[in-house]
Design a protein around this ligand. Structure first.
Ligand code: MLT
Length: 261
């Protein structure tokens, strides 16, 4: 399967391996390619499926209306239906983690294990919400190149390789402005999913880059404490994009989780 037809969208899918399904959910404003090393590394034990969320990557375009986390979660449930799979290991980075928690709330019985990578459960505060609108307005006025330059500085750890930096810029520069605006609106409006953490009974892992300043290790540890059965993995040397910056270490942390699932 290269494309999945879901309600109102055509999702492009990266897929590797066989066995029980693991779903990989990318962050903002990235695409499924951010997971390629983990898909390869885990393909021996899982059918690894990484969709480009609607509007992103090679999936069908959107208009700039808010792209809610619940819509993405429903798309993922539809992908599972298409592959006739009831449950999956759910892995989400940052915005993908917001989607993963929406999925865990809406479809608790469809989660075999949960990996929250460089993410948070809480909502945006007032300043954060205003910042989303300001970013969207600037992208409409100036395009997205400035985002690539800014995010290179703020998201990656100090030791990120040139290749990791190039991958980050490539993904951002390939993201349509309507998707950026829509995703910013969806993230701005997302609810507090901190209460969902305590309802997750399946094995979980919280993975976070040592130098992640967006969703720092301290906050990740608190999130793990709120889950019923979670381990914390701090990825040495990584910033907010740990699967790209330290692919081997992140794959190892995910393998440990999948062995418990
Ligand atoms: C991401 O990496 O997905 C973003 O940092 C999420 C956000 O802007 O909240």
């Amino acid at each position: 399967m290269t494309f999945a037809e879901v309600e109102g969208a055509r999702l492009h899918i990266l897929q590797r391996g066989g066995g029980p399904v693991a779903l990989f959910i990318h962050g903002f404003p990235f695409d499924a390619t951010m997971w390629v090393e983990q898909l390869d590394a885990l393909s021996g034990t899982r059918r690894c499926i990484a969709p480009d969320l609607r509007g992103f990557g090679r999936s069908s375009p959107v208009t700039g209306e808010p792209l809610s986390m619940e819509t993405h979660a429903a798309d993922l449930a539809a992908v599972l239906d298409l592959v006739s799979e009831e449950r999956a290991d759910i892995v989400g980075l940052s915005m993908g983690g917001y989607v993963a928690l929406a999925f865990a709330e809406l479809y608790p019985d469809r989660v075999r294990s949960l990996a929250l990578v460089d993410t948070r459960a809480g909502p945006d505060d007032e300043q954060g919400r205003l910042g989303r609108d300001a970013t969207a307005a600037r992208v409409v006025q100036e395009g997205r190149s400035w985002m690539a330059a800014t995010m290179d500085e703020t998201l990656l750890g100090p030791d990120a390789s040139l290749q990791a930096r190039a991958r980050l810029r490539t993904m951002i520069e390939g993201c349509p402005y309507e998707t950026i605006v829509g995703a910013l609106g969806g993230m701005r409006d997302r609810p507090d999913r901190t209460p969902v953490l305590a309802t997750v009974t399946v094995p979980a892992a919280v993975i976070v880059g040592e130098h992640d300043t967006v969703t720092p290790p301290g906050a990740a540890t608190l999130m793990a404490d709120a889950l019923q059965d979670a381990t914390v993995h701090v990825v040495p040397g990584a910033g907010h994009l740990s699967p790209v910056e330290r692919p081997v270490e992140v794959a190892a942390a995910l393998r440990t989780l999948l062995e418990r699932a």
